[in-house]
Design a protein around this ligand. Sequence first.
Ligand SMILES: [Zn+2]
Length: 82
Amino acid sequence: MGINQATENYMEALAEIKPCPFCGGTEVVPSFRDFSAGRLVLLVCDGCDAEGPPVVFTDTDEDHRSLAAMEARRRWNIRKPE
Ligand SMILES: [Zn+2]
């Protein structure tokens, strides 16, 4: 998968993020974080700071970032309110 395709998929994934199941907010953004064993990305609601399930990745290549962000989005979208 090339960079352009990955970027396209990434933008598509962003467009498909479901509203926050806790507050209904639609400002849900990916957050990339460094931690001891690598990097992770998860989706965070700007309204109530709810966090989606994290996706760990170690490669800083843009394709990996995009794929990890898409997986984080997928996990966010299937999350149920607790
Ligand atoms: Zn929220």
